[in-house]
Design a protein around this ligand. Structure first.
Ligand SMILES: *Cc1c(COP(=O)(O)O)cnc(C)c1O
Length: 360
């Protein structure tokens, strides 16, 4: 068996040792005589797995005590609606910043529940920039300010945290755990799991205590963070196997040296790839240098007629899922935590060889 290098934007690569451990424990978890998937979510085994996962995640992100960690379902897309439903706080408006396709989806869903003020938009630059903070038109009395710290499709990342009076609500689906953050800067952090946390089916919400208990009366119980917090993420049958795998990923991250070590590695991987793209006249990345994502690297070929050959040949070379998102075309290499540096090196070698054979 030869595992290939997976550059998928999501569901994304998982650490090999995590998959091996899950395989070894699949039929009989730690002599319990059954699989994780077959256990009651009320059993001491599963409750223990949840507690350990939360503990390790709190350690990794240094989550302050006045924040709840919730393990939910429905993906980040469900949170696009859950955010306004939980945070209307008697107000009718919220500020949103539009930096790409995921911001747009959050804005569209937010508009169903409250008045959305788009405080800034990078649409004019075709989402290749982040509008500077001093250009944002924030509204008075906004319930929150929503933005997307890493746009997975456009490959645009914030390396700064905006100041605002309203609580910051952030969709960190494709950047969480890639480097240290200061959780206290945010009111709510949410993320679908399938990029940097674990398998699809699990959603993480980290919410400051004072933002709980203000949901709209029509907020479904399944979307209500307060309900989830009181039930310790087990209001209904939770995705136990996905959480177990996420817990193994958290243990793996700690063994790698935590998020500071991941940041060093992720910066090295990204700078190798951007450096090669910038040095080549054959490949290009459109994003302003200061806002280039560490996790998602979109790039185009000088001649888009070669796209098909690039994809077919890269796949044959064991480099999977390099096709760009249908909305932007070209290529995209997602180089999340679990994509090893050797994968980036192999990709660059392939790109150099493809360029040599096709340029000019
Ligand atoms: C993948 C992604 C989403 C969608 O996540 P789902 O879990 O599929 O709903 C939303 N926002 C960002 C930034 C993403 O990367």
């Amino acid at each position: 068996m030869a595992r290939k290098y997976n550059f998928c934007a999501g569901p994304a690569a998982l650490p090999e040792t995590v998959l091996e451990q899950a395989r070894d424990e699949l039929l009989d978890w730690q002599d319990a005589g059954l699989s994780i998937m077959e256990m009651s979510h009320r059993s001491p085994e599963i409750v223990g797995i949840y507690e350990r996962a939360e503990h390790d995640l709190r350690d990794l992100l240094a989550v302050p005590d006045n924040y709840k960690v919730l393990f939910l379902q429905g993906g980040a897309s469900t949170q696009f609606g859950a955010v306004p439903l939980n945070l209307t706080r008697g107000d009718a408006s919220a500020d949103y910043v539009n930096t790409g396709q995921w911001s747009k989806k959050a804005i569209a869903e937010g508009k169903r529940y409250l008045n959305v003020n788009v405080a800034a938009s990078a649409e004019d630059s075709n989402f290749s920039t982040i509008p500077p903070r001093d250009s944002w038109q924030l509204s008075n009395g906004a319930a929150y300010l929503h933005y997307t710290p890493n746009e997975t499709i456009g490959g645009v990342e914030f390396f700064w945290t905006p100041e605002a009076d309203a609580p910051l609500v952030v969709d960190m689906s494709s950047t969480i755990l890639s480097r240290p953050i200061n959780v206290a800067d945010y009111g709510v952090i949410y993320a679908g799991a399938q990029k940097n946390i674990g398998p699809a089916g699990l959603t993480l919400v980290i919410v400051r205590d004072d933002l709980l208990g203000q949901a709209h009366p029509l907020c479904p119980a399944m979307l209500n963070w307060q309900v989830a917090a009181e039930a310790e993420s087990m209001y209904n049958t939770p995705p136990t196997f996905a959480l177990y795998l996420a817990g193994l990923v958290f243990q793996w991250l700690k063994a790698q040296g935590g998020l500071a070590a991941m940041e060093t590695l992720n910066r090295r991987k990204a700078s190798k790839l951007y450096g090669y793209i910038d040095d080549s006249a054959f490949y290009a990345n459109p994003v302003e240098t200061a806002s280039r994502s560490l996790m998602n690297v979109p790039f185009t070929l000088a001649n888009s007629e070669l796209d098909k050959a690039f994809l077919a040949e890269s796949e044959a070379a064991g480099l999977l899922n390099l096709k760009g998102h249908r909305s932007v075309g070209g290529m995209r290499a997602s180089i999340y935590n679990a994509v090893p540096e050797a994968a980036v090196d192999a990709l660059i070698d392939f790109m150099r060889d493809f360029e040599a054979r096709n340029a000019g």
